[in-house]
Design a binder for this molecule. Sequence first.
Ligand code: ARG
Ligand code: ZN
Length: 848
Amino acid sequence: MRDAAPSKIFLHDYQPFGYFVDSVHLTFDLSPNATRVTTRMAIRPNPAGDPAFFLHGENLNLISATIDGTPVTPVITAEGLSCHVPSHDFIWETVVEIDPANNTALEGLYMSNGMYCTQCEPEGFRKITFFPDRPDVMSIFTVRINGDLPVLLSNGNKVSTGPGHAEWHDPWRKPAYLFALVAGDLVNHPGRFTTKSGRDVELNVWVRQGDEDKCAFAMEALEKSMKWDEDVYGREYDLDIFNIVAVDDFNMGAMENKGLNVFNSSAVLASPETATDLNFERIEAIIAHEYFHNWTGNRITCRDWFQLCLKEGLTVFRDSQFTADMRSAPVKRIGDVIDLRARQFREDAGPLAHAVRPESYEEINNFYTATVYEKGAEVIGMLKRLVGDDAYAKAVDLYFERHDGQACTIEDWLKVFEDSTGRDLTQFKRWYSQAGTPHLTVDENWDGSTYTLTFGQTTRPTDASPDPQPQVIPIEVGLLGPNGSELQGSTLLEMTEATQSFTFEDIQSKPVASILRGFSAPVVLKRDVPREERVFLLTHDTDPFNRWESARSLARQILVEGALTGDPLDGDLAEGLRAVLRDDSLDPAYRAMMLALPSESEIASAIHDRGNVPDPTAIWTASEALKDQIARLAESELLSLHDQMQVTAPYRPDAEQSGRRALGNAALRLLNRRDGGMRARAQYASADNMTLQLSALSCMLALGNGVSELADFYDQWQGERLVLDKWFGIQVMEGDPWTAVPIAERLTHHPDFNWQNPNRFRAVMGALAANHAGFHAADGSGYKLLADWLIKLDAKNPQTAARMCAAFQSWRHYDDSRQAHARAELERIAATPDLSRDMREMVGRMLA
Ligand code: ARG
Ligand code: ZN
């Protein structure tokens, strides 16, 4: 059922529920088209809440309802059920019937390849049974599953199991969004972990038959995560068993259900032959993320969905710390910043801008965004930087101690920092309430001994925040002398005003400032730096992040100017990069990061930020020219690196080997422009792992060849669905921009294009949206193809459709003709009958 007029939900309307659910007992009688769910709840009035008894419920067929055993007749609407209930404690029981086999939205209880599974966050539980489906209603769950599948799983500890049934009990109070059930013909990869206080925990990764050989890495990652959370945050696991299940049809990456994490199979399954180094790294990070939610999300949850960043920002921050510890901290930081700029800054710069803690929404699923997650993590990073590591650790300990078992708010989170450090965080809180990315300007002055830095901050007004106020911006600064020595160790400046000066005394020669080291705040630093100074920092900065950043900003500057004026390039960047490439003291992974140029869409935003209109074709041309130039000028370094970086030891997806392959592959991508694809072809032929094979194939496609290898790749990997996703994706991603739309269109007719599988849909349509000049084809064909498919998908799976429709978010940055094409497509989507609430909100915001 779709509601006619979507209504906005507001943070300021929050009211507690009028009842406590002390315990809930669920019985599932599984059947693909008619699963029966019997729900028995012990209810107790909550005098602090609204006494109207309303339970959420959608698409449920109510069979019976009783109070203390007496049948009642509730009033049912599309959103749920209301009933007159006693003013004292009572037992509420309902039986409903649902149809998991026809649940294509992949929310609630659904089926994937004959397996039953659930996704309840944020509001999927209401598609399983009538329940107060809000995170502040926490209860003790007992679950009985009747069904003839061999593996029957739910949350908590196993109480009993036998042929055709299993019973699970979760001793920890939790909201319904953390409920999970899995039933299927699955096999497990087992593991064990003994917690620091001696609890012996059974671990399992459950997968489809045939995937057993792709679980070992996920299990290792889980064990490392459990250990890390004990060592670094003092957090121990709290059940006897921890299960992870891989599911092929899944809208997101993964879900932290208590004791039963459900994962998109792309975030679990990996073998050297079928997964790239980046896939391995992502799996390690997602396993950690979901595991860390056990404390930051499950033991302490959110009062309402406006507080989503309370668990997500913190958990992303924690998983970044974990990856930095397991791998290279500077490389992780650089990767995070690339991602933040590509996704979050972009969101902040357009009609979808919202605060880390938004104040209203129509469909909460539309707020699982880069702003809530990644900017939410940046805010925690800033807090930690401002108070210091020890104070951060103390405050977080207090958070766990004070709020364990509760459903909390951002106010609770900030209060533990205020109480434990004595700091007033009133102004800092704007990071949670204000949308938009602050832009920072810098003026410098040196009078022979005093050096002054004057910063100015401004934030673009948005619908979400029409009148932005100055933020607290931690700015880490270093000053370098003429020979590259540090005149002064890194200093943390704390900016709180709209403009503010900071002075450094006794500076005997004109310093070169290294500003915003470590990317100490999620802001755009607008600074006209002479190219020589960027080159100087690129060779001398002692802060690895800013050293990378100087190469990045130099490249950005060259590309912006190249795209706007068609100006010839100078060789500064290439010369600077040559020195970096030759420097064997630098981590290969780091050098690979230095070689990667800003994406075309990053250049488009930079051009927009300067008040110009980006031309996607001109950006592509400029970026090709720069790559050609670097390849030409650094050819000898690239040649020797591609050889030197070969790995002879058996494949391991660790930081060291992945770094070598990343640098070798980055070199290959450039060399490819010089040798007509010869080295790529050879690498493809000899590759014994997916990292080398896929990058070689991408290189060939980028040159417009590789036809026979592409066919060969398909034949080799036809049976591996996750590899086939890559095959679909690279064809659209690589190659000249004008081929992207026709290739994507052709692929939609391929027999393996199972568009209802989110991974496969994203492989093609996500790649199209990511091919900047291709998607923004001047004739509007990219917009049209994506819109056609979003409309089609929306009828089946609103969540994934709405998420991908954000590809249009920057449409107003382009020229009139492109805007007209994009507008026409957005309006066509908006006019589609029965459009989902998810899509309606997204398109509405983008057209507003
Ligand atoms: N809590 C999950 C995570 O970040 C994400 C689940 C979001 N699901 C959704 N349907 N929006 O790990
Ligand atoms: Zn999460």
